[in-house]
Design a protein around this ligand. Structure first.
Ligand code: F6P
Length: 346
C-alpha cells in the first residue's frame, strides 16, 4: 500500500517526530511505501510531492517545523478542489492519506473521508483546543516557552515598577495563557472564553503595586474586552480580516491593553508579544514522546484500513476516535478551570 502524508495549518513542534514514527513503523513493520505531500492540502491539490522514506526521516526527531512544509489551503474553497485531490491521489498511486493538523486540516480530512477518501488524522496544535484528545503535541513546548518568558519578565517588571503584558497565542481557547500564566505566577490571565472588564484589570494592577511587586498580565491573542455599552468606560473591539478558513487574523490586544492600563492607572506598562517564538525550535521531551506515539498508532490504523479515524490521547492510552469527534467541537477552558487561576490574581 502507498500512503501519502501531509502536514497542514500552523507549524508545531513535534510534526517531524510524527512523520518519522509513521515512516519508520510503516516501512519497518507494515511494509508500506510513502509519498510526502508538500504544504498541507496544497500538495494533493496541486500534485506537489516529495520522496518520503527512512533516509528522509533520519535526524528529524528533535527538529521543529515540518520537513513537508505547511499551508492553510482549504480545498473546499477552491472550485473543483476535491476532484483535483482525488485525481492526484489516483495518479500518484496513493491508496491512503495521513493528515496531520488542527481543526481546519482535520476538518477537511473529515469531509474528504465522507466523500470516500481513505484518511487517518493526527491531531496537532499548540493551542490544545481539539476535543477528543486530552492533549495535542506542541502545546507543552509552547507553554514552556511562554512560562520561561514570564519568569524572565518578572525581573524587569519588579526592577522598573512596570506592568508587563505578555501576549500569547490562542484565538479561541486560553489554554496556553492559563497554563503558562499559572506556572509563571502571572497576576492576571485573560482568555478568549471570558470577556474581561478593563476596569477590573486596572484594579488588580493597582492592588499588585500595593505590594512591593509589579504585575504580569498574560493575555491570549483572542481575549476580548466586555463590549463597551453606551456611557460605560470600557474598551472597544477592532475590526479584523479573515483567512481561508474564516479565522480573524489576531494580534494587537497586548499593546492595546498596555496603553489602556497606562492611561487609566498612570503606571508605566509595556507589552511583549511572544508570537511565533512559541511554535519555534525543538519540541520538549513530552511533545516528542506524544508525537511519536501518535505517529506509531496512526500508521497502525492505516495498515488495518481503519479510516475516518483520528488518534487521540486518553489518560495514558492512545485510542482511535471518529474524525468528527475530534474536530466537531473546540475544547475550551471551563469557568471552573479559570477560577483556579483567579485565586492568584492581583
Ligand atoms: O493554530 C495555531 C496558531 O499558532 C494559533 O495559536 C494562532 O492564532 C495562529 O496559529 C497563527 O497563525 P499564523 O501563523 O498563520 O499567523
Amino acid at each position: 500500500m502507498r500512503v501519502g502524508v501531509l502536514t497542514g495549518g500552523g507549524d508545531c513542534p513535534g510534526l517531524n517526530a510524527v512523520i518519522r514514527a509513521v515512516v519508520r513503523k510503516g516501512v519497518g513493520v507494515h511494509g508500506l511505501d510513502f509519498v510526502g505531500y508538500r504544504d498541507g492540502w496544497k500538495g494533493p491539490l496541486e500534485g506537489l510531492t516529495m520522496q518520503l522514506g527512512v533516509p528522509q526521516v533520519r535526524g528529524i526527531l528533535p527538529r521543529g517545523g515540518t520537513i513537508l512544509g505547511s499551508s492553510r489551503t482549504n480545498p473546499f474553497k477552491i472550485d473543483g478542489g476535491v476532484e483535483r485531490i482525488k485525481d492526484n491521489l489516483a495518479s500518484d498511486g496513493v491508496d491512503a492519506l495521513i493528515a496531520i493538523g488542527g481543526e481546519d486540516t482535520l476538518g477537511v480530512a473529515t469531509k474528504l473521508a465522507d466523500l470516500g477518501v481513505s484518511v487517518v488524522g493526527v491531531p496537532k496544535t499548540i493551542d490544545n483546543d481539539l476535543s477528543g484528545t486530552d492533549f495535542t503535541f506542541g502545546f507543552d513546548t509552547a507553554v514552556n516557552i511562554a512560562s520561561e518568558a514570564i519568569d524572565r519578565l518578572h525581573t524587569t517588571a519588579e526592577s522598573h515598577h512596570r506592568v508587563l503584558v505578555v501576549e500569547v497565542m490562542g484565538r479561541h481557547a486560553g489554554w496556553i495563557a492559563l497554563h503558562s500564566g499559572m506556572s509563571g505566577g502571572a497576576n492576571v490571565v485573560l482568555i478568549p472564553e471570558q470577556a474581561f472588564d478593563i476596569e477590573q484589570v486596572c484594579d488588580l494592577v493597582k492592588k499588585r503595586f500595593e505590594t512591593q511587586y509589579a504585575p504580569i498580565i498574560v493575555v491570549a491573542e483572542g481575549a476580548v474586552p466586555r463590549e463597551a455599552k453606551e456611557g460605560e468606560n470600557g474598551m472597544t473591539l477592532l475590526n479584523q480580516e479573515t483567512d481561508a478558513f474564516g479565522h480573524v487574523r489576531l494580534g494587537g490586544i497586548g499593546d492595546r491593553l498596555a496603553s489602556e492600563i497606562e492611561h487609566r492607572t498612570g503606571a508605566e506598562a509595556r507589552a511583549v508579544v511572544l508570537g511565533h517564538v512559541q511554535r519555534g525550535g525543538t519540541p520538549t521531551a513530552f511533545d516528542r514522546w506524544l508525537a511519536t506515539r501518535f505517529g506509531l498508532h496512526a500508521v497502525d490504523a492505516v495498515a488495518e484500513h481503519d479510516f475516518g479515524k483520528m488518534v487521540a490521547l486518553r489518560g495514558a492510552d492512545i485510542v482511535r476516535v471518529p474524525l468528527l469527534e475530534g474536530t466537531g467541537e473546540l475544547k475550551l477552558v471551563s469557568p471552573a478551570e479559570y477560577a483556579e487561576a483567579e485565586v492568584f490574581f492581583g
